[in-house]
Write a protein that binds this ligand. Structure first.
Ligand SMILES: Nc1nc2c(ncn2[C@@H]2O[C@H](COP(=O)(O)OP(=O)(O)OP(=O)(O)O)[C@@H](O)[C@H]2O)c(=O)[nH]1
Length: 394
């Protein structure tokens, strides 16, 4: 789907210093008319009011507080920016990505440099290097592949940190290239149903907002389903994203049955001939069996209306969780039939190497990487850029 912008890698490693991080939970500047084309359909169905409107706001993350909602409403009411303005926030995004991946690469570079204190490559250096690569979350197999290559080609020869980084980049790219796959929306499916799953706080709802923005910009008619019926705040959060991206949101009060909500959403999206329906789900730890049963039920109910659906089941993985992400892929994959991955929060971690370990172990497509909280902060995954970035290339 979305083409990678040319010059991404240059901007990724541009010399400009990273700007100060935006307030933690505030969204980007308002969407400009050219960023989100008008949704072609008639006015979307009115969405149900946020759950429990008469009650005091439920405890939740600051992005769901009344202040935040007011800020978003103010932002939405603000006059559109000039056509050239969108480049500004995107610069911030690339700077954050560079800074995030730089933490991973700096970690690796520093460790690699500390191993190569002697010039000639020997067995002890290779052992140390292997440890360094494993500690960087790249996985044992990738670590061994890198040291095997160096042992074969450079043993007892002069070798520099730069040489090692080149071998590292090549191996990482080799592993990632087969999994870097765009998310293809099959236009024969009406709607194309995407189910978003993952552990609590991994970035499902935020990713849905970002995807809705992308699809809307591609001229698709999108509907969202607030399937995280556990938290009123999550429902409100999705409604805000819906408002920002012009996508109607199917919601029910907090505490409602998630599979019933999914059923309603699919029915309505079909009736309206929507192109894409994205269904949010409650965050759940992969080891909570009863919650995984509930997820299976949601999927069963969706299949009653369309046996081939969900057409994409996307697992969001928080890059900062490191090794636990491997377990998440394994168990969500077995229980919910994950078709692709979105790795979020790469903008703030030294653990980006985990993506390599996941790719090697599971071979699942990686569609997107999330590099910030804003509506435009989602980038199609590119193996070469990622490999060069994590190896500290220029
Ligand atoms: N820095 C950064 N933050 C992100 C990214 N993606 C999501 N977040 C933030 O992570 C937090 C959790 O994101 P949500 O989208 O609410 O996560 P969720 O999986 O829907 O959470 P639950 O509903 O609790 O399961 C929010 O503060 C998001 O703004 C990302 O790529 N980078």
């Amino acid at each position: 789907m979305t083409e990678k912008k040319p010059g991404f890698f240059k901007r990724l490693f541009g010399n400009q210093p990273a700007p100060a991080a935006p307030p933690e939970t505030l969204p980007e500047t308002p969407i400009t008319p050219d960023a989100v084309p008008p949704v072609p359909e008639p006015e979307p169905e009115p969405t149900p009011a946020p759950a429990e409107p008469d009650h005091p706001p439920p405890p939740g993350p600051p992005e769901t507080t009344p202040d935040y909602i007011e800020d978003v409403e103010d932002a939405l009411a603000a006059p559109p920016q000039p056509v050239s303005a969108p480049e500004q926030p995107r610069q911030g995004w690339f700077a954050r990505l560079a800074s995030g991946l730089r933490r991973s690469s700096d970690n690796l570079s520093t460790s690699i440099t500390s191993v190569f204190t002697k010039r000639k490559l020997d067995a002890a250096m290779l052992d140390e290097l292997e440890d360094v690569l494993i500690q960087a979350d790249l996985g044992v197999d990738t670590a061994m592949a890198i040291t095997d290559t160096l042992r074969r080609d450079r043993f007892d020869k002069d070798v520099s940190g730069e040489d090692v980084r080149a071998v590292l980049a090549a191996e990482v790219e080799r592993v990632l290239a087969p999994v870097a796959a765009p998310l293809v929306i099959d236009t024969n499916k009406k709607p194309f149903i995407i189910l978003m799953i993952g552990v609590n706080g991994s970035g499902k709802t935020t990713t849905i907002g970002k995807l809705a923005q992308k699809f809307a910009a591609e001229g698709r008619s999108v509907m969202l389903a607030a399937g995280d019926t556990f938290r009123a705040a999550a429902i409100e959060q999705l409604q805000i994203w819906g408002q920002r991206t012009g996508a109607p949101v199917i919601a029910r009060p907090a505490g409602s049955d998630a599979s019933g909500l999914a059923f309603d959403a699919v029915t309505q999206a079909k009736a309206e001939g929507r192109d894409v329906l994205i269904i949010d789900t409650a965050g759940r730890l992969q080891n909570r069996d009863e919650l995984m049963n509930e997820l299976e039920k949601v999927i069963r109910v969706i299949k009653k209306l369309d046996p081939e659906a969900p057409h994409a089941t996307l697992l969001t993985l928080d890059a900062t969780t490191g090794q636990n992400a491997l377990k998440q892929v394994e168990i969500f994959g077995a229980r919910a039939g994950v078709t692709g991955l979105v790795m979020t929060k790469l903008d703030g971690t030294a653990r980006g190497g985990i993506l390599v370990a996941i790719a090697r172990k599971f071979g699942l497509p990686v569609h997107f990487i999330g590099v910030g909280e804003g509506v435009g902060d989602l980038e199609p995954f590119e193996a070469q850029d990622f490999a060069r970035a994590i190896a500290g290339g220029e």
